[in-house]
Design a protein around this ligand. Sequence first.
Ligand code: URA
Length: 218
Amino acid sequence: MAHVDSLQAYAESVAGCTRCRLAQGRTQVVFGAGNPHADLMFVGEAPGFHEDKQGVPFVGQAGKLLEKLLAGVGLGRDDVYIANVLKCRPPGNRDPQPDEIEACESHLFRQIELIEPTVIATLGNFATKLLSGRPLGITRVHGQEQPTMLAGRRLLLYPLYHPAAALYTPAMLKVLESDFARIPELIGSAMPELAPEPAQELTLVATPSPPAEQLGLF
Ligand code: URA
């Protein structure tokens, strides 16, 4: 099955998910949106009121800010893929509960497996703790990229403040903007290391191999 088809097929299979209590109160599952081949993926917390109604992540106030930040680094929503830790809206926008995260996490891991991003920007505490597998809060780790193995692949995890938190705190917005400004550089740095250029491989094949010690590999 082609790449995009399998992401679409997976989205369809998740549309009727009843793995946790949030199935009862949702309007619809908010699976994710954007470019299924994106190098850069964002992972937020959970759908809010507007996301639940429209079925698309980050369409409310926080989403407007995310779009503005993306535009600031020359990107649009269609260049990236946006998803959340939870695919269904918690009542009254309360925090995700541990058993809800556990029930939902394999949906996110499958998305990562299918999209194959080279950089994942986690927005806020919930996504950062889940994907880093560490309990450190976002205030400690924002702006610090971490090479990570996820869904069987090496990629760069880049924790950021959640745009909703930055909306009403100007100091946090400044930090988020400056962390965001490094995104193009991170995508650039993740690419060659994670996906070697075919041209480099060809050169290696065409040149007779010198003894290993001359290559300085060991
Ligand atoms: N906040 C999130 O974490 N996700 C959304 O989709 C919207 C707001």
